[in-house]
Design a protein around this ligand. Sequence first.
Ligand code: ATP
Ligand code: PAF
Ligand code: BAL
Length: 278
Amino acid sequence: MTGPIVARTRAELQAARGTSTVALVPTMGALHDGHVQLLKHARPLAETLVASIFVNPTQFAPGEDFEDYPRTFEADLQRCAEAGVDVVFAPAVETMYPSGLVDTITVDPGPLGTILEGATRPTHFRGVLTVVSKLFGLVRPDVAVFGEKDYQQLTLISQMSRELALGVEIVGCPTVREADGLAMSSRNRYLTDEQRSTAAVLSAGLRAGVAAAADGPDAVLAAAHAVIDPADVDLDYLVLTDPELGPAVAGAEARLLVAARVGKPRLLDNIGLTLGKS
Ligand SMILES: Nc1ncnc2c1ncn2[C@@H]1O[C@H](COP(=O)(O)OP(=O)(O)OP(=O)(O)O)[C@@H](O)[C@H]1O
Ligand SMILES: CC(C)(CO)[C@@H](O)C(=O)[O-]
Ligand code: BAL
């Protein structure tokens, strides 16, 4: 199997893509089966499939895990080869931040960037949207694929591409789970065996919420809270919203989202459901 071309610069990307259409899957590496699913989802969407691997410093706050974030480049290349990736874009920090990590012009995530993840990580989505807009500028994709696991991120990137007229179609891909329901995440590797078992309560709580959906929003939250015990996990939020992350409406589509620290890592999960009226 021939591996993907590794491009480090705009010129190398340009040479690799030629005049073809491009699908982009942005990642921070440490690739797992969730990423592979995104790559497989993206493969038929354009002639050239580009995976980017860049651990973006500006989306980590001081004291978060930027330094420790897993970096597994050789194994990532192998996974990309298996998933039919044509080009791995792995830029240096200087390519992404030519003025240093002190850009004066950044993307403001607006009100949606201040709730949920943004309440706990106030600078996070500015960093994410800014680096994704740079990736779009360098790679110039026709379509980009993101995971529903990071639902708020997916929502904000869709909003950014639409409102800033970036001309990139944003496609969401369902969350890939371990056998016990835990959403796959690069940060799961920080879990001890005991924490790994405990972490399954997050997805179990979401499923309990879905099972109570016909009885309305209060029943959903009560059922999920009954499973996600704060004695087991350090719960940050467990909330029910509409699909755009506004207030949930009885009798309509909704999203149930959870974030909790389980030992070292902060884990995210969410699920879609249709609420009953009562
Ligand atoms: N289990 C999953 N199912 C579907 N998509 C996923 C899954 N995990 C990550 N992704 C998606 O892969 C893309 C790259 O994410 P990233 O490299 O940050 O991986 P991650 O596993 O989410 O890492 P982290 O543990 O740092 O949150 C994002 O669009 C993310 O939503
Ligand atoms: C979208 C992204 C690659 C931007 O750094 C990152 O936030 C991620 O991996 O989800
Ligand atoms: N997948 C989300 C990236 C982050 O937590 O920084």
